[in-house]
Design a protein around this ligand. Structure first.
Ligand code: GDP
Length: 364
């Protein structure tokens, strides 16, 4: 699953993307990820992996990873084909969610495409391009549904939904800002609209404002209010600092963060926010050879989780031996947890939880 980084020119996208590719996970460990110059693969920080490594004396630690796709070049007029506009919009269509970088720093040396720093205007500029593109999609859909409705009355609900969305889009409102019931949500997925994709706003602030999480930065405050209206999240970072951090080794990185008064890098916070925005969780496997985090959608059942490791595991699934990470942590070892009866045997219907440490039993 990919996230697409968008934003107006000169807001700090390339700087953030550089940080992502430099901090980048060892791509050999992630053969499933796309290797393209504009794709960056980042590990999902997970302290549980190191705890498990120490418990099992494991040779290798493999964190989960997510991919960021650099979608530069989105400008005002993109939906009308300005500046390669349509190509960029089609790139956005391919991603699961959007990371929208917004300039929240003053710096007279760095020109702004619209002459001044104004995060809401910037956000609306880009969101409107997505809305314009969606209007075309929904209008076509309405025409088609109206025709088909004559012979298929079951499409009435779809037509009604399309019209409701169109009315909002025509007011400049993103489809994600509307409320949907479960059935409508399923329908909405089939539209694949750009303005309904989940979004994280990244407020790019100056070096001296990052420690206080942008609390005294009026641009960030405005952006937070705006994001709230869409139930979206804001992650405050300083792209320049992230670029510097990404060049450091782990130990130096920790020291540098402490000097800045930060617990975690902005990139780590962004990755974690992205992971939960996508509805993803990790289950873990642990042994002397390797400790590994595997990414699944929240709600995945045990055989589906097994299939992430190997299709044979899913096909021949018998049972999963499951222990919650917190139980392992509390009792110190797999054996101790087992003695307490905390290692469970789960079947096909078991819904895997975040932090489950699992050993699959299967037939080959
Ligand atoms: P892009 O066009 O959105 O990819 O923007 P860039 O990443 O190329 O950044 C544009 C300019 O802003 C560059 O000169 C960066 O060094 C600068 N820049 C990026 N992030 C920050 C920041 O957090 N603070 C300051 N002062 N400058 C930044």
């Amino acid at each position: 699953m990919k996230l697409g980084i968008v934003g107006l020119p000169n807001v700090g996208k390339s700087t953030l993307f550089n940080a992502i590719t430099q901090a980048g996970a060892e791509s050999a460990n992630y053969p499933f990820c796309t290797i393209e110059p504009n794709v960056g693969v980042v590990s999902v920080p997970d302290y549980r992996l190191n705890v498990l490594r120490d418990m099992h004396n494991s040779e290798k630690v493999l964190p989960a990873a997510i991919e960021f796709y650099d979608i530069a070049g989105l400008v005002r007029g993109a939906s009308k084909g300005e500046g390669l506009g349509n190509k960029f919009l089609s790139h956005i269509r391919e991603v699961a969610s959007i990371v929208h970088v917004v300039r929240c720093f003053d710096d007279s040396n760095i020109t702004h495409v619209d002459g001044s720093v104004d995060p809401i205007r910037d956000v609306e500029t880009i969101n409107l391009e997505l809305v314009f593109s969606d209007i075309e999609v929904v209008e076509k859909r309405i025409q088609k549904t109206e025709k088909l409705l004559k012979s298929d009355k079951s499409l009435a609900a779809e037509l009604e939904l399309s019209k409701r969305i169109l009315a909002a889009l025509e007011e400049g409102i993103s489809a994600r800002a509307l409320e949907y019931d479960e059935k409508e949500n399923e329908l909405l997925k089939t539209f694949n609209l750009l303005s309904s994709k989940p979004i994280i706003y990244v407020a790019n602030v100056s070096e001296d404002e990052v420690a206080e999480d942008g609390a005294n930065n009026p641009y960030v405050q405005k952006l937070r209010e705006y994001a709230k209206s869409e139930s979206a999240e804001v992650v405050v970072i300083c792209a320049k600092i992230e670029e510097e951090i990404s060049e450091l080794e782990d130990e130096e990185k920790q020291m540098f963060l402490e000097e800045l008064g930060l617990k975690q890098s902005g990139l780590d916070r962004l990755v974690q926010a992205s992971y939960s925005l996508l509805g993803l969780i990790s289950f873990l496997t642990a042994g002397p050879k390797e400790v590994r985090a595997w990414t699944i959608k929240n709600g995945t059942k045990a055989p589906g989780a097994a299939g992430k490791i190997h299709t044979d595991f899913e096909r021949g699934f018998i049972r999963a031996e499951v222990v919650a990470f917190k139980d392992l942590l509390e009792h110190g070892s797999h054996n101790a947890a087992k003695e307490k009866g905390l290692v469970r045997l789960e079947g096909k219907e078991y819904v895997v939880k975040d932090g489950d440490v699992i050993l699959f039993r299967f037939n080959v």
